[in-house]
Design a protein around this ligand. Structure first.
Ligand code: PLP
Length: 366
């Protein structure tokens, strides 16, 4: 049996007619850059997230970057995040001139450890970016409490957490802004590059809205320095269709994770993902921890099972960030995860047979 890590073709096949109709509508109206399809998606996505506003942008990286800029973060400022994230979280901080500062993650849930946050705050700290990794939100109440106490902005990196919840609140709705990626493989993925920022703050919304379109308040009237980071109309229309399926796709991901967990939890030598009592985990990634990762991955590959690693090198040890001078060993939990994590196939269309086959392969290889 072949089990892919992700099967975008299976998902496309299940909504092909709806997608074709949506694309045709955009082609017929020629609303390619921004426009009504993006606006409709923004309105519905904001509502879905429990926020007043959403702004469609070009990618998740751009969403983080424009949000930091809108909050006035720049040269000399520090922004706190975690080391076990996709590089984009730190890149966005660096690309507005600020410095990323890291705090280690919680051993059980792999998100920012709130107990370590306060010690990382200095007089230069301006914001905190908790990352809702793998589809599970960070522990937001203590993070918000500490941030509020120190007058810091909180930007949720919700790029892996569409539809995820924290104590009944949707990812993206708890901080000052929430940033999403619609990279094709995400729980809500475009058919190209796209992202969005959601917020309840009108000032932040207006600033980002202008910034993504050359700082203009009306065509050719440029009030602030901006950039081109618009979402395109085709992506808006495609995301609109897919948003209607997101809850059902997330439900199937959760069911698949439960099936994996039920079989794997008592297998010696493997640590399965935990869902916190406060969370609705939507399993963008299903990552287990094993001692001998390469043996397991090679054995699964021989059996036709594709796996991934999220992420093999934590951000502070990437060549890009060597200049920060952060030594190996400084964030032990993130580093241990980088050495031991394997992401098993996870997507809504995965079958029970697929999962049982993967699990059999896992059991015989550890
Ligand atoms: C946690 C996290 N942040 C940011 C991004 C960046 O999103 P994009 O690839 O859409 O720029 C991603 C995408 O993989 C991500 O997983």
């Amino acid at each position: 049996m072949q089990v892919p890590f992700l099967d975008l073709k299976a998902q496309y096949a299940s909504i092909k007619d709806e997608i074709s109709a949506a694309i045709q509508e955009v082609l017929d109206s020629c609303a390619f850059a921004g426009g009504p399809f993006v606006k409709k998606f923004e309105d519905d996505f904001a509502k879905y997230c429990g926020c007043k506003y959403a702004v469609g942008v070009g990618s998740g990286t751009a969403a983080l970057w424009v949000t930091l800029l809108a909050l006035g973060i720049g040269e000399g400022d520090e922004v706190i995040t975690v080391p076990n994230t996709f590089i984009a979280t730190a890149e966005a901080i660096s690309f507005c001139g600020a410095t990323p500062v890291f705090v280690d993650i919680d051993e059980e849930y792999y998100t920012m450890n709130p107990d370590l946050l306060e010690a990382a705050i200095t007089k230069n700290t301006k914001a905190v970016i908790p990352v809702h990794l793998f589809g599970q939100t960070a522990d937001m109440d203590p993070i918000m409490e500490i941030a509020n106490k120190h007058g810091l902005h909180v930007i949720e990196d919700a790029c892996q957490a569409h539809g995820s919840e924290y104590r009944g609140k949707r990812a993206g709705s708890m901080g000052h802004a929430g940033c999403f990626s619609f990279y094709p493989g995400k729980n809500l993925g475009a058919y190209g590059e796209a992202g969005a920022v959601v917020t309840n703050d009108e000032k932040i919304y207006k600033k980002i809205h202008m910034f993504r379109d050359h700082g203009q308040s009306q065509k050719y009237y440029h009030d602030i320095l901006g950039w081109n980071s618009r979402m395109d109309g085709l992506q808006g229309a495609i995301l609109q269709v897919k948003l209607g399926h997101l809850d059902e796709w997330n439900r199937r991901r959760i069911e698949n994770a439960k099936l994996y967990n039920d079989i794997l939890f008592d297998v010696d030598g493997i640590v399965v993902p935990q869902t916190a009592a406060y969370a609705k985990h939507v399993f963008h990634v299903y990552a287990v921890r094993v001692k001998n990762r390469s043996v397991m991955m090679n054995s699964l590959k021989e059996k036709g099972v594709s796996c991934g690693i999220h992420y093999p090198i934590p951000v502070h040890l990437q060549n890009t960030y060597k200049f920060l001078g952060l030594p190996k060993g400084i964030y032990p939990v993130a580093e241990e995860c980088a050495d031991t994590m394997v992401s098993l196939p996870m997507f809504p269309e995965l079958t029970k047979d697929n999962i049982e086959y993967v699990v059999e392969g896992v059991k015989t290889s550890i």
